[in-house]
Design a protein around this ligand. Structure first.
Ligand code: GLU
Length: 495
């Protein structure tokens, strides 16, 4: 009987399997909205998106919310926010006011039902009446006998419901076979399905389980490539068996390597479960996150490490993704962020700085923020650091008068030089206030009195710091009134 079943399966799947009908590359990102959007989800989404864009294909977003208890709308919103933040737009979905809404599995129950009924009708699936207690008992008995636990098939031959029992599950009649598939990243992968037992595919006709709903959706959405984390590798042979039984197309698989800690151990919860928005809060740019995430498993042909999203859509190759675990290196993330800050759009950073400083200092500053960015960008690896290193523009730090001194100069001499600088600045008409003009008048003083003696007290007066960006550039941004006010403040300090 069993042999006959297996032969029938082979014949059936071969006769039903169809070649992919359309050659367009279609991928899907299929998150479950059961938690915060973290690094791993971001990486899976990115690899799918980049693969689709590289080939002019489609990127589909599918919300896998069949687990009604754990799925939450706030987590679903987090998925949209994170994808938008990273710049990963999706291409299809129900129309929600001119925008693509997502496909939600919870709205597709009637579709899965149809396919569940089909499997039951063709005898590929049957109702299982075993209770949880009975299954647990069976499992323990198998383990005690040293056997790998699986469902015994107790209900597989029933022709009607046992008296007093209600169906607990719908099970797939798993054929004993070898399921082999080609993974784009790991080559041929093979599983022995006889170890699976008859697999649960739904709790009832209206409650499909993950492995089953995925198969139906991937077929109906014409998915050509399933790109997902290695943690899903063991689901793949099961999904292939369902595909074959339903006469569906074959799909290409690519299982992305696990993300590991530096010592190759499992990534700690601290990182694995950190929301992507936590990085945003800490001052990471989406461009940097994207760059960092793509390198978690993929490497270009050369040594280039800094990429923008448009560049990735040209150079990315799925076949260059490694099998070995990808090491999560926080220092590298920081470095990548610093590099992206250097090439960031000044307008975008200015907007960020305006918002942040207004929030921090409770007022709006009339500064040229693009220039503040220009001065600070080489000294900051995160946006938060950029705000810190530029802090003296918004709030002059308190400093002891001694900081204003230069070598052995007397306080009178320092006072005199600061007064000279002040007068020189005051003499510049407002409309001529510019880097060049300030530079001209201050350098004239420096030539006469010595560079250090002019620049050092001026720097401290303008910034409150011993080390800072060059005082002329600072004065230009502060503008005349504030620059002179700060010099007056310094003059008052000197005894
Ligand atoms: N919903 C699954 C998850 O969030 C992904 C399913 C898949 O990619 O096949 O892990």
């Amino acid at each position: 009987m069993e042999r006959l079943w297996n032969l029938l399966f082979l014949w059936y799947s071969q006769s039903m399997a169809k070649e992919p009908e359309n050659k367009e590359i279609r991928v899907r990102f299929a998150p479950s909205p059961t938690g915060l959007f973290h690094l791993g989800s971001g990486r899976t989404a990115l690899f799918n998106w980049v693969h689709a864009r590289k080939h002019g294909g489609k990127f589909i977003l599918r919300i896998e919310d069949t687990d009604k208890e754990r799925s939450k709308l706030e987590f679903e919103q987090g998925i949209y926010d994170a994808l938008r933040w990273m710049g990963l737009n999706w291409d299809e979905g129900p129309d929600i006011g001119g925008e693509f809404g997502p496909y939600r599995q919870s709205e597709r129950t009637h579709i899965y039902r149809e396919y569940l009924e089909k499997l039951i009708k063709t005898n590929w699936a049957y109702y299982c009446y075993c209770s949880k207690e009975e299954l647990d008992e069976e499992r323990e008995a198998m383990i005690a006998q040293g056997l790998p636990p699986k469902y015994s098939g107790h209900c597989s031959h029933l022709t009607e419901a046992p008296v007093g029992k209600t169906p607990q599950l719908i099970r797939f009649r798993t054929p004993d076979t070898r399921v082999e598939f080609k993974d784009v990243i790991r080559g041929t992968v093979s599983f022995d399905s006889s170890l699976f037992g008859d697999l649960p595919i739904a709790k009832d006709l209206d409650t499909p389980l993950y492995n089953f709903a995925v198969v139906v959706d991937d077929e109906l959405m014409h998915i050509t490539h399933v790109i997902r984390g290695e943690d899903h590798l063991s689901n793949t042979p099961k999904q292939i068996l369902f595909q074959k039984a339903l006469g569906f197309r074959e799909v290409a698989y690519a299982h992305l390597p696990l993300i590991l800690a530096a010592d190759r151990s499992k990534l700690s919860k601290r990182y694995a479960e950190t929301s992507l928005f936590e990085y945003k809060k800490q001052g990471y740019l989406p461009e940097a996150m994207v760059n960092f995430l793509i390198l978690l498993g993929w490497h270009p042909k050369d040594d280039k490490e800094i990429f923008t999203l448009p560049e990735l859509t040209e150079v990315f190759e799925l076949s260059r993704v490694q099998k070995a675990g990808a090491i999560f290196n926080e220092e590298k993330l920081l470095w990548i962020n610093g590099e992206h800050i250097k090439i960031a759009d000044p307008k975008m950073i200015s907007e960020f700085l305006i918002e942040k400083t207004t929030e921090l200092y409770g007022k709006k500053f009339d500064f040229d923020f693009a220039k503040i960015f220009e001065l600070g960008k080489g000294r900051a690896k995160t946006l938060n650091e950029l705000v810190d290193v530029s802090g003296f523009f918004f709030d002059l730090p308190e400093y002891p008068w001694g900081l204003l001194t230069w070598k052995d100069e007397t306080s009178e001499s320092i006072k005199e030089k600061l007064l000279l600088s002040k007068e020189a600045l005051l003499a510049i008409p407002d409309e001529l206030w510019s880097y060049e003009k300030i530079s001209e008048v201050i350098n004239l003083l420096a030539e006469r009195h010595g560079k250090g003696l002019i620049f050092s007290p001026l720097r401290v007066a303008l910034t409150g710091l011993k080390a800072s960006p060059e005082p002329i550039a600072v004065a230009e941004i502060l503008k005349k009134t504030e620059a002179v006010k700060r010099i007056d403040h310094a003059l008052k300090k000197i005894p």
